[in-house]
Write a protein that binds this ligand. Structure first.
Ligand code: CP
Length: 308
C-alpha cells in the first residue's frame, strides 16, 4: 500500500486507512532505532529541510533523526538564522530553499495555515510540524501509535484530554485522529480554555477533572500555551494546578492500567506532578521515541515508499 498524497497538513485530511498505513509503517521502522548502526538507505539522495519558526526540542530533533536514519540529507533552518529577519517573505524563503532542490519541507510556524499556504505554492512535500493553535499532525500520529501499542486498540477507549484545548494544536490533532477510531473523548479545562461549540465534534466537555477521570483508559495532559495567551484565561498557575493538575490521588480515579501522556515540554507541578510524570503509568518518553518512527514513516511514504 502507498500514501497517495503530496503533503501532511492535518489529521482531519487523512482517512482511517491512511492513518493505519502510517502507523503500520512506523511500527516496522521502530526496529531501525534499536540497531547498532541506526540507518537504512530508503531516502538516500533525498533532501529534508527543517524550517522552524518556533522553538522545538522533540519535533525538530526527531524529524532530523528520522531523515538521517533513512539516509536523507537534513538541513535545519530556524527563524533567527534565516533571512526572514532581514525582511524576506516566508514564501520567498521557501521558494529559495526549493530552488536548492529540496524534497521535503518540514515547517513549524506560530500562524495557523502557514503549511497549507506553502504546500499550495511548492512542489516539495510539506509536513506540518505545528501551525499556531491549529494542528500538529505528526504529534497526533505518535500519540495514536503510543496508545495502540499499549492498549492493543484505539477503538472504544475512554480518552481524557486535560488543559489548554483552545490553543492546543496537539489536542486538535489527537481529537481528529481518535474520533476516526471511535474513541470516547472527554475534554477537561477551565471554561475559558474550551473552544465554543467543540461538543459538535462528538466529544464530551467537563470543567471538573475528578468527574472526567472515572474509568479513563488514557489521560493526555496538555501544556498551557502561555505564549499564545494574550489575556488571563485563569487566575493563577497555582489555582490551575490545584483544579486541573494530575496528581497521584486523581490518577487513582482512572483505570488501574490508565496511560498518562503529555506531548512536552512539561510544566512540572502545573499540568502534572513529577511523581505522576515519572511514574509507572507514564508513557511520556515512549511518545518521544515513537515520534522518530512516525516521522520516518511519513518521510518514507510521502517519497512514494510502499508498505505491503
Ligand atoms: N511535542 C512537541 O511539539 O514538542 P516540541 O515543541 O519540543 O517540538
Amino acid at each position: 500500500m502507498e500514501l497517495k498524497r503530496k503533503d501532511i497538513l492535518s489529521l482531519s485530511d487523512l482517512d482511517r486507512e491512511e492513518i493505519d498505513l502510517i502507523l503500520q509503517t512506523a511500527d516496522s521502522f521502530k526496529e531501525v532505532s534499536t540497531r547498532e548502526i541506526k540507518k537504512v538507505p530508503a531516502l538516500r539522495g533525498k533532501t529534508v529541510i527543517n524550517l522552524f519558526f518556533e522553538p522545538s526540542t522533540r519535533t525538530r530533533t526527531s524529524f532530523e533523526l528520522a531523515g538521517k536514519r533513512l539516509s536523507a540529507d537534513v538541513i535545519n533552518i530556524s527563524s533567527t538564522g534565516s533571512s526572514t529577519v532581514k525582511g524576506e517573505s516566508l514564501l520567498d524563503t521557501a521558494r529559495n530553499i526549493e530552488a536548492m532542490h529540496s524534497d521535503f519541507i518540514i515547517v513549524r510556524h506560530a500562524s495557523s495555515g502557514v503549511p497549507q499556504f506553502l504546500a499550495k505554492s511548492l512542489q516539495s512535500a510539506v509536513i506540518n510540524a505545528g501551525d499556531g493553535a491549529h494542528a500538529h499532525p505528526s504529534q497526533g500520529l505518535l500519540d495514536l501509535l503510543t496508545i495502540k501499542e499499549a492498549k492493543g486498540t484505539l477503538e472504544g477507549l475512554k480518552v481524557v484530554i486535560v488543559g489548554d484545548i483552545l490553543h492546543g494544536r496537539v489536542a486538535h490533532s489527537d481529537i481528529h485522529g481518535l474520533l476516526k477510531y471511535g474513541a470516547d473523548i472527554h475534554l477537561v479545562a477551565p471554561p475559558t480554555l474550551i473552544p465554543i461549540g467543540i461538543e459538535l465534534w462528538g466529544v464530551t466537555v467537563h470543567y471538573h477533572l475528578d468527574e472526567a477521570l472515572h474509568d479513563a483508559d488514557v489521560v493526555i495532559l496538555l501544556r498551557l500555551q502561555l505564549e499564545r495567551q494574550n489575556t488571563a484565561y485563569f487566575p493563577t498557575l497555582r489555582e490551575y494546578a490545584k483544579l486541573y493538575g494530575l496528581d497521584r490521588r486523581r490518577l487513582s480515579l482512572a483505570k488501574e492500567d490508565a496511560l498518562v501522556m503529555h506531548p512536552g515540554p512539561i510544566n512540572r507541578g502545573v499540568e502534572v506532578t513529577s511523581e505522576v510524570a515519572d511514574g509507572l503509568s507514564s508513557v511520556i518518553l515512549k511518545q518521544v521515541s515513537n515520534g522518530i518512527a512516525v516521522r520516518m514513516a511519513l518521510l518514507f511514504l510521502l517519497s512514494g515508499g510502499k508498505n505491503d
